[in-house]
Design a protein. Structure first.
Length: 176
């Protein structure tokens, strides 16, 4: 008998169960809309497994650019069912807000994409955004393996996954 083993008929212990937490390595490219990163951005868009598209609620142009980036990802990936979460940033600047809830709702309904309101300054929902994206990527990858991208069942599961993440507007949740 190998060392450190014994012959028992006991039930499996907690150690033999799948771990609740798994290490995930994220590569983050923050171009902040800067044009000099456009070549690098396209490379990352081609190879990325999922995306957080961030715009500022106090800058309408950033919202318009977010929509352009969203369409670019769909075009480069040649599909409209990819792990993407729209992030409304600077929500702590309530008095300066230009992009309305209605604008965001229209975007999320048009593109069927979940969104989350954040304040990077207050660290509000920043970690949550990354956690949600990782969960969404894992769900997509599992469904792709299970169904294949062109299977109608896969498309239904994708819609369910998006609905589960949709419109999380956690204004009072701060992760530290």
């Amino acid at each position: 008998m190998p060392p450190n083993t014994s012959k028992t008929n006991s039930a499996p212990t907690a150690e033999s169960k799948k771990p609740k937490y798994q290490l995930v390595v994220l590569g983050v490219l923050d171009t902040a809309g800067q044009e000099e990163f456009s070549n690098m951005r396209e490379q990352y868009l081609r190879s990325g497994d999922g995306f957080l598209i961030v715009f500022s609620v106090i800058d309408r142009n950033s919202f318009v650019e977010a929509e352009k980036l969203f369409r670019l990802i769909w075009r480069m990936k040649d599909r409209d069912d990819y792990p993407i979460i729209l992030i409304a940033n600077k929500t702590d600047l309530v008095d300066e807000r230009i992009v309305t809830d209605e604008d965001i709702l229209k975007f999320t309904q048009t593109y069927k994409v979940p969104f989350l309101e954040c304040s990077a300054k207050k660290r509000q929902n920043v970690d949550q955004a990354f956690h949600d994206l990782v969960r969404l990527i894992r769900r997509y990858k599992t469904m792709e393996r299970q169904y294949g991208k062109n299977d109608p069942a896969y498309q239904r599961e994708i819609e369910t996954a998006k609905s589960a993440q949709k419109t999380k507007k956690k204004k009072n949740c701060i992760i530290q």
